[in-house]
Design a protein around this ligand. Structure first.
Ligand code: SIN
Length: 299
């Protein structure tokens, strides 16, 4: 029996995905890879299929020096699959699927979009599968995005704990996020429609251990921002379990961190990761655009 907390070891498997269309260079032991040797708009259909396989393996991919226009971004993202309906943001004029995430240099907020550990919109019955994000302008330092590999975190739980989790359903809801935002802003945030707001508040129940729809890999479906409870448990029972799983998942060994440069793009697999964009670049402008690809109901 372990008497002290031990660091995870052994089961790290981020060796590069092999493709005829590009090269993958792993970013960290846990996850993430840089894709080199290709400009995305020039990738063939076979290349896009291969890129998706690489994404399922590495869980986050990034490419430098892409400098995509809104049109190129939208066209490429459409090749990953049908667009998801974004729960929060609206598209830019002429490109309704390309959603801005911009923080101005003089904007100061304690609650930044994407600033807490989360997976994208898990309160929806069918949360998005892939998020694709690009940087146009960024701070000279800070504004990195960090991901955690939730499948690796699951594998590093004891079998007893895994057995206890399987079969449980997590309640994902945006209610806590809504009320925090409303408290900080002094007004409710605009979620576009009453239906979107109501769906966010009501939330959805999903398997706490989900199976990846493409690879069959089991993964924790956990979230610091949106996991509000566990079906059949009181809040007092569920909260320590959720808090433990979040802390377990975000430990350093299970993460990778991307230092952005303008012109970069990245994409991640929401079925097997959490991420966060820290609020650490006041005084600098950060201009990002994202699209999301639809996903089915987690199972
Ligand atoms: C997001 O949570 O989708 C945005 C992350 C970031 O801005 O780095």
């Amino acid at each position: 029996m372990w008497q002290v907390r031990v660091s995870p070891c052994g089961d790290f498997d981020n060796h590069p995905f092999q493709s005829n269309h590009f090269t993958c260079e792993p970013l960290a032991a846990a996850m993430g890879a840089e894709v080199v040797g290709v400009r995305l708009p020039e990738l063939s259909d076979e290349g896009v299929a291969s890129l998706k396989q690489a994404l399922w393996k590495h869980k986050m991919l990034y490419l430098r020096d892409q400098h995509l226009s809104h049109a190129e971004h939208e066209e490429f993202a459409a090749r990953l699959g049908p667009f998801a309906v974004d729960a929060y943001t609206q598209g830019v004029p002429g490109h309704r699927e390309v959603h801005p995430i911009i923080k101005e240099a003089d904007e100061v907020t304690p609650s930044l979009f994407g600033g807490g550990w989360h997976t994208d919109s898990p309160f929806l019955p069918e949360p998005p599968s892939i998020t694709f994000l690009r940087q146009v302008e960024g701070p000279p330092y800070g504004g990195d995005t960090t991901w955690a590999n939730c499948a690796l975190a699951y594998r590093h739980l004891s079998k007893t704990y895994q057995d206890m989790l399987r079969g449980l359903r997590v309640h994902m809801s945006a209610a806590n996020n809504f009320s925090t935002q409303a408290f900080l802003r002094g007004e409710p945030i605009d979620f576009g429609t009453v239906e979107k707001r109501e769906q966010g508040l009501k939330g959805s129940y999903h398997p706490l251990v989900r199976t990846h729809p493409e690879t069959g890999e089991p993964s924790l479906y956990i979230c610091d921002t949106y996991a509000a409870g566990i079906e059949g448990m009181t809040t007092h029972e569920a909260k320590p379990l959720i808090d433990y799983l979040v802390q377990h998942t975000i430990q350093h060994a299970f993460t990778c961190r991307l230092r952005w440069k303008p012109g970069m793009v990245c994409m991640w697999d929401n079925a097997a990761t959490m991420h966060l964009g820290p609020n650490d670049y006041d005084g600098f402008r950060r201009e990002m655009y994202r699209t999301t690809t639809s996903g089915g109901a987690p199972f």
